[in-house]
Write a protein that binds this ligand. Structure first.
Ligand code: PGA
Length: 240
Protein backbone atom coordinates (compact mmCIF):
# COMPACT_ATOMS: atom_id res chain seq x y z
CA UNK A 1 0.00 0.00 0.00
CA UNK A 2 1.22 3.49 -0.86
CA UNK A 3 1.07 6.28 1.68
CA UNK A 4 -0.45 9.57 0.62
CA UNK A 5 1.19 12.88 1.43
CA UNK A 6 -0.94 15.79 0.35
CA UNK A 7 0.20 19.41 0.10
CA UNK A 8 -2.63 21.86 0.70
CA UNK A 9 -1.17 25.19 -0.38
CA UNK A 10 -4.42 27.00 0.49
CA UNK A 11 -4.36 30.61 -0.84
CA UNK A 12 -0.57 30.62 -1.43
CA UNK A 13 1.83 31.60 -2.96
CA UNK A 14 0.60 34.96 -4.20
CA UNK A 15 2.52 34.95 -7.49
CA UNK A 16 2.90 32.46 -10.30
CA UNK A 17 6.65 32.86 -9.99
CA UNK A 18 6.45 31.87 -6.32
CA UNK A 19 4.28 28.85 -7.15
CA UNK A 20 6.73 27.67 -9.80
CA UNK A 21 9.71 28.08 -7.49
CA UNK A 22 8.02 26.14 -4.71
CA UNK A 23 6.93 23.41 -7.08
CA UNK A 24 10.38 23.06 -8.64
CA UNK A 25 12.03 22.83 -5.25
CA UNK A 26 9.58 20.11 -4.17
CA UNK A 27 10.06 18.32 -7.48
CA UNK A 28 13.82 18.25 -7.01
CA UNK A 29 13.64 16.84 -3.51
CA UNK A 30 10.88 14.34 -3.99
CA UNK A 31 12.58 12.27 -6.68
CA UNK A 32 13.83 9.65 -4.28
CA UNK A 33 10.63 9.23 -2.32
CA UNK A 34 9.36 5.66 -2.61
CA UNK A 35 6.08 3.92 -1.63
CA UNK A 36 4.45 7.31 -1.15
CA UNK A 37 2.22 9.23 -3.51
CA UNK A 38 2.72 12.98 -3.26
CA UNK A 39 -0.28 15.11 -4.22
CA UNK A 40 0.00 18.86 -4.76
CA UNK A 41 -3.16 20.93 -4.28
CA UNK A 42 -2.31 24.46 -5.40
CA UNK A 43 -4.75 27.30 -6.05
CA UNK A 44 -6.79 26.43 -9.17
CA UNK A 45 -5.10 28.96 -11.46
CA UNK A 46 -1.66 27.41 -11.02
CA UNK A 47 -2.80 23.88 -11.83
CA UNK A 48 -2.28 23.76 -15.62
CA UNK A 49 1.12 25.48 -15.41
CA UNK A 50 2.44 23.24 -12.66
CA UNK A 51 1.02 20.18 -14.37
CA UNK A 52 3.02 21.02 -17.50
CA UNK A 53 6.15 21.26 -15.32
CA UNK A 54 5.52 17.92 -13.69
CA UNK A 55 6.57 15.73 -16.56
CA UNK A 56 9.73 13.71 -16.23
CA UNK A 57 10.56 10.02 -16.09
CA UNK A 58 11.88 9.87 -12.55
CA UNK A 59 9.32 12.14 -11.02
CA UNK A 60 5.70 11.55 -10.26
CA UNK A 61 3.33 13.72 -8.34
CA UNK A 62 -0.41 13.84 -8.57
CA UNK A 63 -2.58 16.93 -8.46
CA UNK A 64 -5.74 17.86 -6.68
CA UNK A 65 -8.10 20.78 -6.33
CA UNK A 66 -8.78 22.43 -2.95
CA UNK A 67 -12.50 22.39 -3.59
CA UNK A 68 -14.96 22.06 -6.46
CA UNK A 69 -18.56 22.88 -7.22
CA UNK A 70 -21.35 20.30 -7.28
CA UNK A 71 -22.60 21.02 -10.80
CA UNK A 72 -20.80 20.08 -13.99
CA UNK A 73 -21.34 23.39 -15.80
CA UNK A 74 -23.68 26.32 -16.16
CA UNK A 75 -24.52 29.71 -14.70
CA UNK A 76 -22.53 29.48 -11.44
CA UNK A 77 -20.24 32.50 -11.38
CA UNK A 78 -16.84 31.86 -9.90
CA UNK A 79 -17.18 28.10 -9.53
CA UNK A 80 -14.90 25.32 -10.80
CA UNK A 81 -16.52 22.00 -11.66
CA UNK A 82 -15.17 18.52 -10.95
CA UNK A 83 -15.18 17.85 -14.68
CA UNK A 84 -12.84 20.81 -15.23
CA UNK A 85 -10.44 19.51 -12.58
CA UNK A 86 -10.49 16.06 -14.11
CA UNK A 87 -9.87 17.51 -17.55
CA UNK A 88 -6.75 19.28 -16.24
CA UNK A 89 -5.39 15.96 -15.01
CA UNK A 90 -6.35 16.17 -11.34
CA UNK A 91 -7.02 12.91 -9.56
CA UNK A 92 -8.06 14.30 -6.20
CA UNK A 93 -10.13 17.06 -4.67
CA UNK A 94 -10.14 18.25 -1.06
CA UNK A 95 -13.71 18.71 0.19
CA UNK A 96 -15.19 19.91 3.44
CA UNK A 97 -12.03 21.61 4.68
CA UNK A 98 -12.75 23.41 7.94
CA UNK A 99 -11.69 26.75 6.46
CA UNK A 100 -14.39 26.38 3.80
CA UNK A 101 -16.91 25.22 6.37
CA UNK A 102 -16.11 28.24 8.58
CA UNK A 103 -15.22 31.13 6.28
CA UNK A 104 -17.25 30.19 3.20
CA UNK A 105 -20.17 28.74 5.16
CA UNK A 106 -20.11 25.43 3.30
CA UNK A 107 -22.72 23.16 4.83
CA UNK A 108 -22.70 19.39 5.15
CA UNK A 109 -25.46 19.30 2.53
CA UNK A 110 -23.25 21.16 0.05
CA UNK A 111 -20.29 18.95 0.89
CA UNK A 112 -22.43 15.87 0.34
CA UNK A 113 -23.40 17.10 -3.13
CA UNK A 114 -19.78 17.95 -3.90
CA UNK A 115 -18.59 14.47 -2.93
CA UNK A 116 -21.16 12.88 -5.20
CA UNK A 117 -20.30 15.21 -8.10
CA UNK A 118 -16.57 14.57 -7.64
CA UNK A 119 -17.10 10.81 -7.67
CA UNK A 120 -19.27 11.11 -10.74
CA UNK A 121 -16.35 12.88 -12.46
CA UNK A 122 -14.00 10.09 -11.29
CA UNK A 123 -12.10 12.32 -8.90
CA UNK A 124 -11.11 10.96 -5.49
CA UNK A 125 -12.60 13.16 -2.78
CA UNK A 126 -10.46 13.83 0.28
CA UNK A 127 -13.15 14.53 2.83
CA UNK A 128 -11.96 16.61 5.80
CA UNK A 129 -13.66 16.04 9.11
CA UNK A 130 -12.77 16.96 12.66
CA UNK A 131 -13.96 18.44 15.91
CA UNK A 132 -13.77 22.12 16.79
CA UNK A 133 -13.28 21.50 20.49
CA UNK A 134 -10.78 19.03 21.88
CA UNK A 135 -13.36 17.08 23.83
CA UNK A 136 -16.02 16.56 21.22
CA UNK A 137 -14.30 14.41 18.59
CA UNK A 138 -16.69 11.46 18.40
CA UNK A 139 -19.89 13.50 18.40
CA UNK A 140 -18.67 15.94 15.75
CA UNK A 141 -17.33 13.20 13.52
CA UNK A 142 -20.42 11.05 13.75
CA UNK A 143 -22.54 14.02 12.76
CA UNK A 144 -20.30 15.08 9.87
CA UNK A 145 -19.95 11.57 8.44
CA UNK A 146 -23.68 10.95 8.65
CA UNK A 147 -24.50 14.11 6.69
CA UNK A 148 -21.52 14.24 4.34
CA UNK A 149 -21.89 10.62 3.22
CA UNK A 150 -25.68 10.61 2.98
CA UNK A 151 -26.92 8.54 0.06
CA UNK A 152 -23.47 7.20 -0.83
CA UNK A 153 -23.38 3.43 -1.09
CA UNK A 154 -21.11 1.58 1.34
CA UNK A 155 -19.52 -0.25 -1.54
CA UNK A 156 -18.20 3.11 -2.77
CA UNK A 157 -16.70 4.16 0.55
CA UNK A 158 -13.23 3.03 -0.52
CA UNK A 159 -13.32 5.61 -3.31
CA UNK A 160 -13.33 8.35 -0.67
CA UNK A 161 -10.30 9.34 1.41
CA UNK A 162 -10.86 10.73 4.87
CA UNK A 163 -8.62 13.41 6.35
CA UNK A 164 -9.04 13.57 10.10
CA UNK A 165 -8.20 17.16 10.96
CA UNK A 166 -9.02 18.39 14.45
CA UNK A 167 -9.93 22.02 13.78
CA UNK A 168 -8.08 23.19 16.90
CA UNK A 169 -4.88 21.66 15.51
CA UNK A 170 -4.99 23.34 12.09
CA UNK A 171 -2.39 26.05 11.67
CA UNK A 172 -1.89 26.39 15.41
CA UNK A 173 1.32 24.46 15.91
CA UNK A 174 -0.58 22.32 18.42
CA UNK A 175 -0.82 18.97 16.68
CA UNK A 176 -3.04 16.24 18.08
CA UNK A 177 -1.13 13.68 20.15
CA UNK A 178 -0.65 10.60 17.94
CA UNK A 179 -2.26 8.25 20.49
CA UNK A 180 -5.34 10.44 20.69
CA UNK A 181 -5.49 10.81 16.91
CA UNK A 182 -5.24 7.04 16.60
CA UNK A 183 -8.22 6.58 18.87
CA UNK A 184 -10.32 8.86 16.66
CA UNK A 185 -8.98 7.20 13.51
CA UNK A 186 -10.05 3.78 14.79
CA UNK A 187 -13.48 5.24 15.54
CA UNK A 188 -13.74 6.65 11.99
CA UNK A 189 -12.53 3.38 10.48
CA UNK A 190 -15.45 1.54 12.04
CA UNK A 191 -17.82 3.89 10.25
CA UNK A 192 -16.02 4.09 6.92
CA UNK A 193 -13.45 1.53 5.96
CA UNK A 194 -11.09 3.46 3.75
CA UNK A 195 -7.77 5.34 3.77
CA UNK A 196 -7.54 7.78 6.64
CA UNK A 197 -5.04 10.64 6.74
CA UNK A 198 -4.08 12.91 9.61
CA UNK A 199 -3.90 16.69 9.24
CA UNK A 200 -3.26 19.56 11.67
CA UNK A 201 0.15 21.16 12.33
CA UNK A 202 2.08 18.33 10.70
CA UNK A 203 5.82 18.97 10.43
CA UNK A 204 8.95 16.95 9.73
CA UNK A 205 9.36 16.17 13.42
CA UNK A 206 5.92 14.69 14.07
CA UNK A 207 5.01 13.29 10.61
CA UNK A 208 6.40 9.83 11.25
CA UNK A 209 4.49 9.49 14.54
CA UNK A 210 1.16 9.41 12.70
CA UNK A 211 2.38 6.73 10.31
CA UNK A 212 3.51 4.69 13.32
CA UNK A 213 -0.05 4.69 14.66
CA UNK A 214 -1.27 3.45 11.26
CA UNK A 215 -2.55 6.52 9.51
CA UNK A 216 -2.43 6.05 5.73
CA UNK A 217 -0.83 9.42 5.12
CA UNK A 218 -0.93 13.12 5.89
CA UNK A 219 -2.62 16.32 4.80
CA UNK A 220 -0.08 19.09 5.19
CA UNK A 221 -0.92 22.80 5.17
CA UNK A 222 1.62 25.37 6.39
CA UNK A 223 4.63 23.02 6.17
CA UNK A 224 3.89 22.30 2.50
CA UNK A 225 4.86 25.89 1.64
CA UNK A 226 8.42 25.19 2.67
CA UNK A 227 9.88 22.81 0.08
CA UNK A 228 12.66 21.47 2.31
CA UNK A 229 10.29 20.79 5.18
CA UNK A 230 7.68 19.19 2.92
CA UNK A 231 10.23 16.93 1.26
CA UNK A 232 11.46 15.88 4.71
CA UNK A 233 7.89 15.01 5.67
CA UNK A 234 7.39 12.92 2.53
CA UNK A 235 10.68 11.13 3.09
CA UNK A 236 9.99 10.38 6.72
CA UNK A 237 6.64 8.87 5.77
CA UNK A 238 8.14 6.72 3.04
CA UNK A 239 10.94 5.33 5.22
CA UNK A 240 10.50 1.57 5.52
P1 PGA B 1 -1.72 22.93 8.84
O1 PGA B 1 -3.02 22.81 7.92
O2 PGA B 1 -0.79 21.82 8.43
O3 PGA B 1 -1.15 24.29 8.50
O4 PGA B 1 -2.15 22.82 10.23
C1 PGA B 1 -3.57 21.57 7.62
C2 PGA B 1 -4.80 21.74 6.77
O5 PGA B 1 -5.48 22.76 6.93
O6 PGA B 1 -5.11 20.90 5.93
Amino acid sequence: MKYLVIANWKCNPTTLKGAKLLFRAIKKGIKKVRNTEVVICPPFIYLPILKSEAKGPSFAVSFGGQSCFYEEKGAFTGEISPKMLKDLGCQYVILGHSERRNFLKETDEMINKKIKAAMEAKLKPILCIGEKKVRNAKGAITNQLKKDLKGISKKDFNKIIIAYEPVWAIGTGKSCKPERAKETKDFIKKKINTKILYGGSVNSKNARDYIKVAFDGLLVGGASLNAKEFVKIAKSVSRP
